[in-house]
Write a protein that binds this ligand. Structure first.
Ligand SMILES: [Zn+2]
Length: 225
């Protein structure tokens, strides 16, 4: 691990424990540029960790401090997501500079780090989220090339398997997405965020049979947690 010091953090509130893990991409041209930005007091952004493409983990903010990564966000009725989460930035140019697949070494390092964090705070699978899950109207990271299925296969986060297509008329998509944890102020954006995570091959904001089946399936996983 490499240690850097970001000044961009403050106290966690006393009455809130860590119960979420939020994953991001840096969305900048290089790892060093992203690291510099998160260590710039003027930028007022940070994360607890940043993982380079080669798997190097940079420690930016101690876990007991509230890092500034999620911004205006919402998950399962909570809005101060920074207060209750550990934030991890995956180095990737992102949609702006050219989204690329996340290399194996980088994903392996994330798996290792995530397992430690999840164990430390007993974080439940539904609370392992992407930035776009908690800020669907503003954010699209870590993006549709991020391999959530791989993470789930090693016990990190939710992933539905054996999904049956369902008629959209047979479900209350709004209620089910709300039940998973999403804000539903703008359903088009919420469905887009859901698809970016669970159906990356087709992100069109349309609730067709496949998306309806996925929404129902993920919701049932949450219920089972
Ligand atoms: Zn982000």
């Amino acid at each position: 691990m490499d240690f850097h010091r970001s000044p961009n953090h403050d106290n966690r509130p006393d009455d809130v424990g860590v119960d979420m893990l939020v994953l991001h991409y840096t969305g900048m041209q290089s790892a060093d540029a992203a690291c510099e930005r998160m260590c710039d007091p003027g930028a007022e952004v940070s994360a607890h960790y940043m993982i380079d493409e080669d798997g190097t983990v940079r420690v930016l903010v101690p876990e007991d401090r509230r890092a500034w990564h999620a911004g205006e966000a919402f998950w399962r009725s909570n809005t101060d997501i920074n207060a209750r989460s550990i934030g991890v930035e995956m180095v990737n140019p992102g949609h702006e500079f050219g989204l690329v697949p996340f290399p194996d070494a980088q994903m392996a390092a994330l798996e290792k780090l995530s397992k430690q964090v999840i164990q430390r705070y007993s974080i439940v699978p539904v609370n392992i989220v992407g930035h776009s899950d908690v800020a669907p109207r503003r954010k699209s990271d870590p993006g549709e090339l991020f391999d959530w299925a791989r993470l789930a296969a090693s016990g990190i986060g939710l992933w539905p398997i054996g999904v049956e297509p369902t008629s959209p008329d047979a479900i209350d998509a709004n209620a089910l997405l709300d039940g998973i944890g999403y804000e539903t102020l703008d359903m088009e954006q919420t469905v887009t965020a859901f698809q970016r995570r669970y159906r990356p091959a087709q992100i069109d904001a349309i609730i067709d049979d496949e998306t309806a089946g996925l929404i129902q399936s993920v919701h049932s996983l949450v219920d089972a947690c």
